[in-house]
Design a protein around this ligand. Structure first.
Ligand code: BV8
Length: 258
């Protein structure tokens, strides 16, 4: 029985207070209030005529590597200029309030870590770990925030010492997810007693299976999202609203002032 509520249900607060193992599963929506566009938001500037799903593919990089590398450097600039928001901070605080917390994210930004979270399982990689597309060698990026024009620009990916092209350290559509992170995420979902799905549309597989794995294993699933999603049917509670408002309020309601 999924209850769409803006206020925080008492039985959710009770479930959080007695939870032994909590999983927090996040998507692009958790970084929206930090000014990072979600995948549902249309692209801007140089990329406005593209869909994110079309650019985030090996084919797109092969077809136009300058366009794709430019897009990732522009996103890395935006993420580096952004700050964690109250939702990221609430998730980091939650680790000190419950016996066990596992954080699983689809996001390629480092805002969870910059909010103080550790051992975050990145299912779709990171903007900060490019590697050679040929030999796999990690590529060290120059220090500091990339300087990119607001509307973006085409830029050539670096070349590895092996002569191969450096590519973003993210999982593109059509590529397999990192085995360790995916296995640990699925295991945590099947062992937890409460799973939060925060700011995800639940459209991208296999990550979107995680809430249903938890539900099937008997856990309660709570969704935090301003709108309904593919995950509604998996949820015990759907709390409608922005994560940056709801997550701090929920922690306050369950554990008192920070
Ligand atoms: C794979 C990195 C083996 C790159 C990303 C089964 C069925 C159908 C399709 C498939 C399937 N199995 C595989 C596929 C294909 C594909 C897929 O799922 N396609 C979808 C689009 C249908 N999956 C893959 O290709 C995966 N690989 O399966 O390999 C294989 C290979 C070939 C064929 C078969 C199997 C790889 C998927 C990973 C791709 N890489 N990111 C990059 O970032 O550039 S995915 C990327 O998009 C993000 O990482 C994220 O995961 C996803 C976007 O989803 P969300 O995070 O949920 O964000 P979204 O924008 O959608 O929604 C935001 C939500 O937030 C909204 O609901 C909004 O309401 C809410 N919100 C907004 N503001 C707030 C908020 N919530 C709270 N607070 C707010 N303030």
């Amino acid at each position: 029985m999924n209850r769409n509520v803006a206020t925080i249900p008492q039985d959710l607060i009770a479930a959080l207070k007695k939870a032994k193992h909590v999983v927090v599963f996040t998507g692009a929506g958790v970084s929206a209030e930090s000014g990072i566009p979600t995948f549902r938001d249309s692209l801007t500037g140089l990329w406005e005529r593209f869909h994110a799903e079309d650019l985030a593919t090996p084919g797109a990089f092969h077809k136009d590597k300058e366009l794709v590398w430019g897009w990732y450097e522009w996103r890395r600039m935006k993420v580096s200029q952004a700050q964690p928001n109250p939702a990221h901070i609430a998730v980091a605080t939650l680790a000190t309030l419950v016996p066990k917390l596992t954080i699983v994210t689809q996001n390629v930004d480092d805002l969870h870590e910059r909010a103080g979270s550790t051992d975050v399982l990145h299912l779709h990689g990171s903007l900060h770990s490019p590697r050679c597309a040929t030999c796999g060698q990690a590529h060290i990026l120059p220090p500091g925030i990339p300087v990119e024009p607001e509307g973006g620009r085409r830029s050539s990916p670096p070349v590895c010492i092996c002569g191969g092209l450096v590519r973003p350290g993210v999982v593109w559509f059509g590529e397999d997810l990192p085995v360790r992170e995916l296995r640990q995420a699925f295991e945590a979902a099947q062992k937890c007693d409460l799973l939060f799905a925060i700011g995800t549309s639940g459209l991208v597989q296999p990550a979107a299976r995680i809430p249903s794995l938890a539900k099937q294993a008997g856990a309660c699933v709570v969704q935090v999202n301003p709108t309904s999603t593919e995950l509604d049917r998996e949820c015990t509670w759907s709390v409608r609203g922005g994560a940056g408002e709801i997550m701090p309020n929920l922690l306050q309601a369950a554990f008192g002032p920070a």
